[in-house]
Design a protein around this ligand. Structure first.
Ligand code: NAD
Length: 696
């Protein structure tokens, strides 16, 4: 809804036009019709001398309604560009009173205004790049004219919002209101009418032609690093560059063309899919009764994961008690935490005093009794069922009956762990990813008895910790690791069949993965998956093919980066994988022993074998109800496994290829490579009915 009110202010009549479209004041088609009418009528009203445009609640406007992207246009509603042009060409001054969040189209709307006054708590930004598009209502043309090219590139390509003070510092706004925003905006408008202040004319601003090409080159380099494989950031840069060489109206036409290309492209659809998928995954389950408050958390084990989890909690301002089995182990863990925080200071993430505050939040102990008043304990000790059972037995006896107990296990059975306690409904898995203080994904593992209150409380905590929680069920490896076993298995088979580690990793990096499967194994430590394979050996069906390559490498004491060699070798102090002829010989020997004749393997086959292995297992996971929906799997893979965001996750990727084509290839692999490839019934069913995972 749009409302207009005439205010008499300092002797002038000011039309106050208010956007009131909860929850975020998005600029959907209906609202644009009303806004266009309100503006036109205020401009035509001879009594009105100036217009102030504002929002309601926390929002000025959250921008376009992205659900309207790629929907048929009826042709009757004005596009945002037309509304902005009405404002820009108005004979009377239009001042934006930015009361809160102004993002995307919301901020572009204010760029058509003749002045911008903001409240102290306003946030202003152009996040379109994150959805694979660009600010298509003039943002790439007006912003450089207003704030200069370097700042415009930062705002448009960075996609991060600015605070009111930052916006003032770069001249994006004219004034930060010290008192009443509306009074100050009206006063600003009156001062324009009286000639005391100039009316800004972005459309007539002189072009800053002195900008060096190096500024654009730098921006391209930065964008390629930050948004691996994404086209939108580069198109944003080209549009900003265009603003220097052309007048506003030709620049706007160029921007509109580029926007149309991006919004209809696969990347933008994939990025929007992930945007909505994360929101769906983060929805807390409905529950009966009150939720638990988690104010203090215990962490058992101060190794790689425990230390990172403690840092993540402290970063969220939550007091932590960190427990180790000996003083020596505690000292080592504490030193690693201090070292990691020192790295954060060096890279400018935190100041020294912020780090000191965080360190003070982490209390250390070797006594279980010190955990007794924690609301939640997260166990991150060795991946061994006997160790976990012993720890949970002790925790169950020392902790208050309300305390929630979680395990960070990568694969073990949460229900078997819960069985040793007297509080099965308060036991769950909280599977963080390494490094836990950096990686966003958190698999929240619901056991057979875990209550909804517990899940609800842990989801709330996850959000506080700036994590992306996804609810998953109990099985070996939950969602992420259960699928990754199939992906790495194919990588090992491809080695035996003729590919080299560098070819496999290169092919998957060219697909967009942050890392190839073998270099990822080297980084995580080969001993971890070796232990899992040994544990699974007894239950592995003997007729299924098994590659010994990774086992032979581990038997040589090569556990990856931490031992200086694995699938690759590493120069001392370097993380750059170097091909190792010794490994080539080992692979050829394993292939010979397995009776495999090696052949040329195409990159295309590498991608299909590994990615479709993820898809086929993902479909089984949905069917087994280990994941609530296919889009949750996409969130897990994008947030936790370096799957390219611009492909929308493995399930969305399969949808975009077409499920019948995926099924044909899976069937072909089934015939050629055996039972691992038995098509998932859900995949078969959807493919035969012309369905998609995203329909579920
Ligand atoms: P780690 O070996 O680095 O650390 C384990 C720590 O637990 C050690 O410091 C050890 O002294 C301590 N510990 C062992 N028994 C203990 C006990 N009874 N009481 C108190 N402390 C004890 O191992 P990690 O890599 O941090 O893994 C920990 C858990 O997290 C495992 O279950 C693992 O599967 C899981 N995990 C690991 C990763 C990873 O990438 N490393 C990722 C996700 C989950």
């Amino acid at each position: 809804m749009i409302t207009t009110e005439i205010r008499h202010f300092q002797g002038a009549a000011v039309a106050l036009i208010r956007i009131d479209n909860p929850p975020v004041n998005s600029l959907g088609s209906q609202l644009r019709v009303q806004l266009g009418e309100a503006l036109t009528s205020a401009i035509a009203n001879s009594m009105v001398q100036a217009i102030v445009l504002t929002g309601t609640g926390r929002f000025f406007s959250g921008g376009a309604d992205i659900r309207e992207f790629n929907t048929p246009k009826t042709g009757v509603q004005p596009v945002l560009r037309e509304i902005i042009s009405i404002i820009e060409n108005a004979a009377k001054p239009v001042v934006a009173a930015i009361n809160g969040i102004a993002l995307g189209g919301g901020l572009e709307l204010t760029l058509g205004c003749h002045a911008r006054v903001v409240s102290q708590e306003a946030k202003l930004g152009l996040p379109e790049v994150k959805l694979g598009v660009l600010p298509g209502a003039g943002g790439t043309q007006r912003l450089p004219r207003l704030v200069g090219v370097p700042a415009a590139l930062d705002i448009i390509v960075g996609g991060e919002p600015l605070t009111a003070d930052q916006a003032l510092a770069c001249s994006l706004v004219d004034q930060v209101a010290a008192g009443s925003l509306l009074d100050e905006a009206c006063a600003y408008a009156v001062s324009i009418i009286q000639g005391a202040r100039a009316r800004s004319h972005i459309d007539q601003a002189p072009l800053d032609e002195s900008v060096d090409e190096a500024v654009f080159e730098n921006a391209r380099k930065k964008a390629k690093r930050k948004y691996r494989g994404c086209t939108a950031p580069l198109t944003c840069i080209e549009c900003v560059a265009k603003s220097l060489s052309t007048d506003l109206s030709s620049g706007l036409a160029y921007e509109a063309e580029q926007f149309a290309l991006l919004v209809n492209g696969e990347q933008s659809k994939a990025l929007r899919h992930i945007f909505f998928a994360e929101r769906k995954a983060g929805k807390r389950p409905a529950m009966n009764g009150a939720s638990f408050a988690i104010r203090k958390v215990g962490v058992v084990g101060a190794g790689t994961m425990g230390g990172g989890i403690a840092m993540s909690l402290a970063n969220a301002g939550i007091p932590v008690v960190l427990l180790e089995q000996s003083d020596a182990a505690l000292k080592k863990g504490w030193e690693t935490i201090q070292h990691n925080y020192a790295g954060n200071v060096k890279r400018g993430r935190f100041t020294e005093s912020q780090v000191q505050q965080r360190l003070l939040l982490i209390q250390r102990t070797t006594r279980y009794e010190d955990l007794s008043d924690s609301d939640l304990i997260i166990e991150a000790a060795f991946e061994d069922m006997a160790v976990k059972k012993e720890i949970f037995t002790r925790l169950d006896s020392v902790c208050n009956m309300d305390t929630i107990l979680a395990s960070n296990t990568s694969r073990l059975d949460i229900d078997e762990i819960a069985a040793v306690t007297s509080r099965k409904e308060k036991i769950l898995g909280m599977h963080f990813f390494s490094p836990a203080n950096v990686m966003k994904l958190l698999e929240v593992v619901k056991g057979a008895h875990t209550s909804d209150q517990v899940i609800n409380a842990v989801f709330k905590l996850a959000v506080k910790m700036d994590k992306t929680p996804v609810l998953v069920g109990v099985c070996d490896g939950f969602v992420g690791n259960r699928m990754i076993s199939h992906y790495t298995r194919e990588a090992y088979f491809l080695l035996e069949e003729g590919a080299s580690p560098a070819q496999i990793d290169g092919a998957l990096r060219s697909f967009g993965m942050a890392m190839g499967p073998l270099e990822m194994q080297d980084m995580a430590g080969l001993d971890i998956s070796w232990a899992a394979r040994k544990r699974q050996a007894a239950s592995r069906p003997p007729h299924l093919r098994y590659s010994c390559v990774a086992d032979r490498i581990c038997e040589m004491g090569r556990f990856g980066q931490k031992t200086g060699s694995g699938f690759y070798r590493y120069a001392s102090g370097s993380r750059t994988p170097l091909p190792d002829p010794e490994i080539d010989v080992l692979i050829a020997r394993c292939a010979q022993l397995a009776g495999i004749t090696r052949r040329e393997i195409s990159d295309q086959e590498i991608i299909a074998r590994t990615i479709y292995a993820l898809v086929n297992e993902g479909a089984k996971i949905v069917q087994d109800k280990i994941a609530q929906r296919p889009s949750d799997i996409d969130v897990v893979y994008v947030a936790g496994y370096g799957f390219p965001m611009f492909r929308g996750g493995p399930m969305f990727y399969a949808d975009s290829v077409g499920l019948s084509a995926v099924l044909e290839t899976v069937k072909d692999f089934h015939e050629r490579f055996g039972d691992y490839w038995s098509p998932a019934p859900l995949l078969t069913q959807l493919a035969q009915n012309g369905g998609k995972f995203s329909d579920l």
